[in-house]
Write a protein that binds this ligand. Structure first.
Ligand code: SF4
Length: 214
């Protein structure tokens, strides 16, 4: 609320042979944390970022100044592991607590949060991304679901759904562009909630750097 953490992202899902292994996950998560977005992870995405050292407290050095301050004060990493890929409901429970305990907004769709599956592959990921969006979370998928041949289904998932359910999907293969779709959405929700301006200018965030050696 005070503008040190911009928002929270759930970055989850598989690896995919169409994308260099782990690249989508690691690059997206590094871009999110350097823009002060705390990240919750599950499944193979969590393992990708753990291997890259992003789940160690030292990874706070890759975060923007606001998120880094919180991580250093509490002694946590900017990227947290919350379970296997079938535990994504835990991320939604965290969002529910942001509304109930934190008093932010009236619904998950009011929150400065977003979801992503940068390398999804399995059918399970299709159902998880859909229930995230149907629960009110803006969710970015890399490789589009095989719905692009249907204008009606594609437009409902990527536009109309938001009006009915508060959340929707976006398809973006570039993990940095996808991260910025999420950051733009988080900024929009912060503005709608009347939250404080971010405490630190994003230009103060560290330049993108190699992850700490594991
Ligand atoms: S469905 Fe399989 S590949 Fe995808 S995140 Fe879960 S365990 Fe990993």
């Amino acid at each position: 609320m005070d503008g040190r953490i911009r928002g929270v992202a759930g970055v989850v899902g598989c690896n995919n042979v169409k994308i260099t292994h782990d690249w989508g996950h690691v690059e997206m998560v590094k871009e999110l944390i350097r823009n002060d977005v705390a990240v919750l992870q599950t499944g193979c995405s969590a393992i990708a970022c753990a291997k890259a050292g992003l789940m160690r407290p030292e990874a706070a050095s890759l975060a923007g100044k606001g998120l880094r301050e919180i991580c250093e004060a509490v002694g946590i990493a900017p990227v947290l592991h919350v379970g296997s890929c079938v535990d994504n409901s835990r991320i939604l429970l965290a969002a529910v607590e942001m509304v109930n305990e934190g008093g932010l907004g009236d619904d998950i769709s009011d929150l400065p949060v977003a979801g992503a599956a940068p390398e999804w592959m399995s059918e399970k990921a299709v159902s998880i991304a859909t229930y995230f969006a149907a629960s009110g979370v803006f969710t970015v998928i890399a490789e589009p679901f095989p719905v692009m041949g249907s204008k009606v289904v594609r437009e409902y998932l990527t536009k109309g759904m938001e009006e009915d359910l508060g959340g929707m999907l976006a398809f973006e293969k570039d993990p940095i562009k996808a991260a910025h779709l999420m950051i733009d959405h988080i900024n929009k929700k912060r503005q709608a909630l009347g939250l404080a301006e971010m405490m630190y200018d994003p230009v103060e965030a560290p330049a993108r750097a190699a992850v700490p050696a594991t």
